[in-house]
Design a binder for this molecule. Structure first.
Ligand code: ZN
Length: 146
């Protein structure tokens, strides 16, 4: 894999999320759960979501195992959508997919933050599924259970 070709700064951000994942673990109580796998890489991600009466993602955690890109992206995903309305979280996920497909997105439409570090992954088609797995799992969690 050509991950080493990614910009050094971006690689540091990705490795930071991989080594110190945000919101990793499980949630108890009335939560929504879904799990997805990425067989080509061995990534496995579970997403736990607690949505309140105002359709706000009050809490979110992910668990699982996989490569640095899948884990870092899931960590960034939880960081980005915690506290967001469900519809806004789904919108962000769609924009993230478009970004991974190399499409131009309106720079103001997605609050990138650390997610910017993953932009270079779009150059490596074999890794795109790694980067989108956590987001797709979040989408499934919300859709299948809501
Ligand atoms: Zn992977």
């Amino acid at each position: 894999m050509s991950f080493n070709n990614l910009d050094t700064l971006y690689r540091q951000v990705i490795m930071d999320h991989y080594k110190s994942p945000r919101n990793k673990g499980t949630l108890d109580g009335s939560v929504l759960i879904a799990e997805m796998n990425n067989p080509s890489c061995g990534d496995r991600i579970e997403v736990y979501v607690h949505i309140n009466d105002d359709e706000v993602i009050e809490d979110i955690k992910f668990d699982g195992e996989g490569c640095s890109i899948s884990m870092a992206s899931a960590s960034m995903m939880t960081q980005a959508i915690k506290g967001q309305k469900v519809e806004d979280a789904l919108k962000m996920s769609e924009l993230f997919s478009q970004m991974m497909m190399g499409e131009d997105i309106d720079p103001g439409s997605l609050e990138l933050g650390d997610i910017e570090a993953l932009q270079g992954v779009s150059q490596f088609p074999a890794r795109i599924n790694c980067a989108t797995l956590g987001w797709k799992t979040m989408e499934r969690t919300v859709h299948e259970n809501n």
